[in-house]
Design a protein around this ligand. Structure first.
Ligand SMILES: NC(=O)c1ccc[n+]([C@@H]2O[C@H](COP(=O)([O-])OP(=O)(O)OC[C@H]3O[C@@H](n4cnc5c(N)ncnc54)[C@H](OP(=O)(O)O)[C@@H]3O)[C@@H](O)[C@H]2O)c1
Length: 301
């Protein structure tokens, strides 16, 4: 039996990884996060508190549990917070990655690291793994530095880049576009949604499966793991309204320039996912199928 240790297990991806890996006959799961475990059903895996910003804790936990693989999901994921708190962003998104990479290298542990489309400048898309990063936000810069740390490892690693993840888990620390649109339209609120940005939105379950496939296949290198449908946030909102039978006339088109946000967002990203399909057997849901997965889970809440 092999052991996989997940960081950030309270997050959206972290909890979907717990869904996928708990009780697995081939893998033991060690789920780790800051503070208390927020995953609801605490059977079929072990939870250990791990603050990734603490290098002694990282060393200690990896030496006690000796995992075969680490899936590193934890990060400062709020793009605007990274813009206003450079030191905090460096701590979580860069320094902590160095602690984890060093601790993995010391013990020959395979590392899967999560990265983002925000390492690109948004001038072209959809992007392949070979396109040149050029971040336009502090978050993007920090995630690119993290990629460089992982790529310098002596041992085996994979970097999974993803885009605009959506889904639902319990006790979420932040929302995502589909839930935001659905909640606002249910409250009959008018929403302004940009139609000059392009993304390939990713169902959180598909991203978790991508992580699992990378570990299971001992994949080496960079992989784009996202949905396959290229949509604007406005399109996403329209599809979401239609799917949940909500009033789409409340959705207003907006231009990115009308939003005053601390961090710049790339206009055009989205990923070509052929490499992950070919090498890992990755097969994401369509965006519509993803909405159905989410709707089925909402019925159970
Ligand atoms: N979501 C997206 O649209 C998106 C897009 C591209 C790339 N990504 C990347 O995908 C990965 C997973 O994202 P996600 O959507 O699952 O994000 P998320 O829901 O925000 O989860 C991130 C988790 O990291 C945890 N964390 C923060 N600081 C920590 C620390 N010091 N020690 C341990 N855990 C800590 C957070 O804990 P708390 O819950 O306690 O705050 C949170 O649960 C990230 O690396 C992100 O950069 C995400």
């Amino acid at each position: 039996m092999k052991t996989i240790l997940v960081t950030g297990s309270n997050g959206l991806l972290g909890q979907k990884l717990t869904d996928l890996l708990k009780g697995n006959s081939k893998y033991n799961l060690i789920a780790t996060a800051r503070g208390e475990d927020r995953y609801p059903d605490k059977t079929g895996y072990k939870y250990v508190s791990l603050d990734i910003a603490n290098p002694q804790e990282v060393e200690k936990i990896l030496s006690i549990y000796k995992p075969d693989a680490v899936i590193h999901t934890a990060a400062m994921t709020n793009v605007d917070q990274c813009e206003s708190d450079h030191a905090g962003c460096d701590e979580l998104n860069v320094k902590a990655v160095q602690y984890i990479a060093d601790a993995c290298d010391k013990r020959n542990i395979y590392l899967t690291h999560l990265s983002t489309d925000f390492i690109f400048n948004g001038e072209k898309g959809p992007l392949t793994e070979d396109d040149q990063p050029d971040p336009i936000s502090y978050y993007g810069e920090s995630k690119l530095k993290a990629e460089q740390i992982v790529q310098a490892m002596k041992g085996k690693w994979s970097i999974l880049r993803t885009v605009l993840v959506f889904g639902i888990v319990s006790d979420m620390s932040r929302s995502n576009i589909v839930l935001w649109v659905k909640n606002n339209l249910e409250q009959k609120k008018v929403i302004k949604v940009v139609n000059d940005q392009w993304r390939t939105p990713t169902l959180a379950e598909d991203l978790a499966m991508g992580c699992f496939l990378a570990v299971d296949k001992n994949a080496q290198g960079i992989y784009n793991i996202s949905g396959a449908d290229l949509l604007t946030p406005y399109d996403i909102a329209q599809h979401t309204a239609k799917f949940f039978s909500l009033d789409a006339s409340l959705i207003e088109k907006a231009d990115s320039s009308t939003f005053k946000q601390p961090a710049r967002r790339p206009l055009k990203t989205g990923f070509v996912i052929d490499k992950a399909k070919r090498d890992l057997g990755y097969q994401p849901h369509t965006f519509e199928q993803g909405l159905q997965v989410l709707a089925d889970q909402l019925k159970q809440v």
